[in-house]
Design a protein around this ligand. Sequence first.
Ligand code: NAP
Length: 463
Amino acid sequence: MSYSTTNPFTGEVVKTFPDATDDEVRAAIAKAHETFLAWKQTGFGQRAAILQKAADLLRAESEALSAILTLEMGKLTAEAKAEVELSAQILEYYVRNAEALLAPEELPVLDPAEGRAKVVHEPLGVLLAVEPWNFPYYQIARILAPQLSAGNTMLLKHASNVPQSAAAFEDLMKRAGLPDGAFKNLYATRSQIELILNDPRVQGVALTGSEGAGASVASIAGKALKKSTLELGGNDAFVVLKDADMKKTVDWAVFGRHWNGGQVCVSSKRMIIVDEVYDAFLESYTKGVAALKAGDPSDPETTLAPLSSQQAADDIKAMIRKAVEHGATATEVGPAVPNRGAFVQPTILTNVGEDNPARYWEFFGPVSMLFRAKDEDDAVRIANDTPFGLGGSVFTADAKHGEEVAHRISTGMIFVNHPTMVKADLPFGGIRRSGYGRELIGLGLKEFVNHKLVDVVDIDAEF
Ligand code: NAP
């Protein structure tokens, strides 16, 4: 695990970065703790001014910042700019709302002898964020904005293939006026994650990534008796009912599966279509996927990005082969993708039987699994037949009925007539193997605070 920028479109290793030393990590923890002691005393206004300045810088420097995403993980330029804007919106969400969301809550006690009781939300201290490469800035903003707003400080271990994105965000926060030590990017090794979590000054960890990383980091946190939140993988169902508007549904399906090169935890990975409209959906969807244009991610004409690395592309191809060995049919779609760069030919998997383990895998790339459901009940059954529970969607002309079906699907987030949305003002998170805890809005803001009871009891009250 060494930190380097490798352009996934050209394969060129652009720059490598040395791992942090243990001494650097220890110094970063000490500084983050020292800064916490002062930061927790700052007012919401002061914190908000810094976050607003960071949002302004993100927008002002969108061109240069988005180019780093395209260079390091192959994100399409338009999507990279949208990510920069979304990150700015997250910062601004907390500028506007943090103080009200963290306001003390008076408790309606039954007996006056219990005193005037309230719950206040106090910051915990230094936190660690372990983040993935697929949304290098958004992932930082999603955890950093609420935690700084709450008064915590943060150490970051970002994915090893996006070191320049991590450094750019750190630099931006510094220029926005964030005190030294409030947010520190570390090119940390795995053993240093343990070192960090075992330090008594560190209070918890938020990880976004794969199940393996989540299990490993959460067990280290558990042994150290530290809180963790996990945002892990997903296998979102995209349920199509018989009355769905086919054109709109197919357009959203193509987008929902292929944006960000298909590398989104909430990509629409399993299309579950009721029998009556399955054939029509398959035909239109295949045409829609075939119309995607793979190529240079910085070319505005490109609509299908390379994967983040050659290794990621090789892994997906191996998963497709295994799915086929277990009985699935793999249909490659569209014109051949470029043979240079980390591309995977868009592939539709059908006949993925109940005994095919691939049914339960997360394909992190342009691979769609299509399932024919006997009827609506069967579609709900298939949607719920997954170890994950992150996002999902239901498509129908009857929004009210769509909502009823949505309630039957067991997942963390569900949308009627839209693939799972990623927004600054909607919560994000899942259940089962998709993790635990929530990020964004007030839920994310309160994951790492001490919900402290302060009770003023009238000393003159009689015993
Ligand atoms: P990953 O390999 O788990 O990497 C994520 C982060 O964890 C990276 O910083 C990585 O560092 C670190 N890491 C990996 N293994 C580790 C271990 N054993 N111990 C400590 N740290 C470890 O994830 P990925 O494959 O890059 O990202 C894709 C996954 O993330 C998918 O499953 C996707 O669904 C999920 N994801 C979830 C969400 C969500 O909000 N639920 C959002 C985005 C992505 P190195 O890079 O140095 O290995």
